[in-house]
Design a protein around this ligand. Structure first.
Ligand code: FEO
Length: 407
């Protein structure tokens, strides 16, 4: 691959992680992900963010660097917006080839540089608003944006071009293969990256939504002409589109989200499963779209994306040994961690021999600000009465979702 020119003196160097890998060691990436580094050339040369040390990827990066007639030794400054190893784990090998390089990063990152990689020489701590003049008209200005994605993060703004190097913010899953800019996307590809941005947001960023909103406000005074994230497409035709999209995604934490319902269900012997269709029918009869996921068949990474953007949730699970069915318990624990807040919720399921799932659900969702409809529970197998109730409760949930989104 060759480096991709964004504008005079600014280049993107993307490498792709493959679909068989797990992001952060746990998130499936059916469409892979790109790790985008950037070169900014003035009289001095700066590299912004690095790559993960995955087999073959440093070679890809070096080929891209060479495609713009640059060697590692030519780089004067390394700007680290974020210390997560998807952007830094190749740093020790890279640094060993240019140990005189000056590193610019936040105070928190400087501490992490020492603890992760034992690097402390020639590290320059920057504060919000500090700048680095590369000469030749290129000036980098740094903005602290904590918790997008982790506490040490910042963004870098090149002033002459209006390019914002936003690291994880405004990023998405999906590899880059010949198409790098928003203005090159077909409608179908645009939808693809929109969905990949949603799933990435729900998996990686969602619990920091308050910080996303705060960070966007902090950057509001900048004349941003291009957004160059460290994952996914570069937004140069309409950078406002991805900013608006992230604003909207962040707003789902306080709700309402989209006028949609996500059904997540699991069943041991089919008695809980028997209500799924009735509830789905009930919701659909009110004109509300439904997304249905079965656990443990589907990974929580995909379910999170669907739940994050839905105003309504339906949770189907039986009682298992006096508590929630374990696959659902694990899913809901992830919902708690990722701050799936402020939802309208209907729960149904067989009490089996004893009941108990509802009690545990109430306890573990206490802080999620969920508004529950009356649960549907029964001992053993459901009867016609529960099937009818499922239909009506699905309708009632859909009406609550419509009402919340209308107003
Ligand atoms: Fe792309 Fe939080 O690392």
């Amino acid at each position: 691959m060759k480096a991709v020119k964004i504008t005079e003196g600014i280049f993107c160097l993307p490498v792709n992680l493959e679909s068989y890998q797990l992001f952060e060691g746990m998130w499936p990436m059916p469409n892979g992900i790109s790790l985008n580094s950037y070169i900014v050339k003035g009289e001095k040369t700066a590299l912004i963010d690095l790559i993960e040390d995955v087999e073959g990827k440093p070679a890809d990066f070096l080929a891209e660097l060479q495609s713009i007639s640059t060697q590692i030794a030519d780089i004067d400054y390394l700007v680290l917006n974020h210390m997560e190893p998807d952007h830094t784990s190749w740093l020790p090998a890279f640094h060993a080839q240019n140990p005189g390089l000056a590193i610019y990063t936040t105070a928190k990152s400087a501490n992490l540089l020492k603890s992760f990689y034992d690097i402390e020489q020639n590290v320059h701590v920057v504060k919000d608003g500090d700048s680095l003049d590369l000469g030749g008209g290129k000036v980098l200005r740094f903005f602290e944006t904590p918790n997008i994605h982790w506490p040490e993060t910042m963004m870098t703004f090149e002033e002459s071009s209006g390019t914002l190097f936003s690291c994880d913010a405004f990023g998405s899953y999906g590899t880059l293969n010949g198409i790098y800019f928003d203005d090159q996307l077909s409608t179908e590809q645009h939808d693809f990256f929109h969905n990949e941005a949603l799933r990435y947001y729900a998996n990686i960023v969602s619990s920091f939504s308050t910080f996303v909103t705060r960070g966007i406000k902090h950057l509001a005074g900048l004349d941003i002409k291009a957004i160059a994230p460290s994952h996914g497409i570069i937004w140069r035709e309409n950078p406002g589109a991805i900013i608006k999209s992230y604003e909207r995604l962040a707003s789902y934490m306080v709700g309402p989200a989209e006028p949609e319902v996500t059904v997540i269900w699991s069943s041991m012997y089919g008695n809980t499963e028997r209500l799924v269709n009735s509830i789905v029918q009930g919701v659909r009869s009110e004109g509300i779209p439904v997304h249905v996921h079965r656990v443990p068949d589907e990974h929580v990474g995909a379910i999170l994306a669907s739940a994050w953007k839905s105003t309504g949730l339906v949770l189907g699970m039986p009682t298992y040994e006096y508590e929630m069915f374990p696959p659902m318990a694990w899913t809901l624990d992830m919902f708690r961690r990722k701050k799936i807040l402020n939802k309208k919720v209907l729960r149904f399921g067989s009490k089996g021999w004893s009941g108990g799932a509802q009690k545990e659900l109430t306890a573990i969702t206490e802080k999620l600000k969920w508004e529950f409809l009356e649960p549907i529970e029964w001992f053993g197998a459901p009867t016609e009465k529960e099937l009818q109730l499922a239909l009506e409760s699905g309708k009632a949930l859909a009406r609550q979702v419509k009402e919340a989104c209308a107003g």
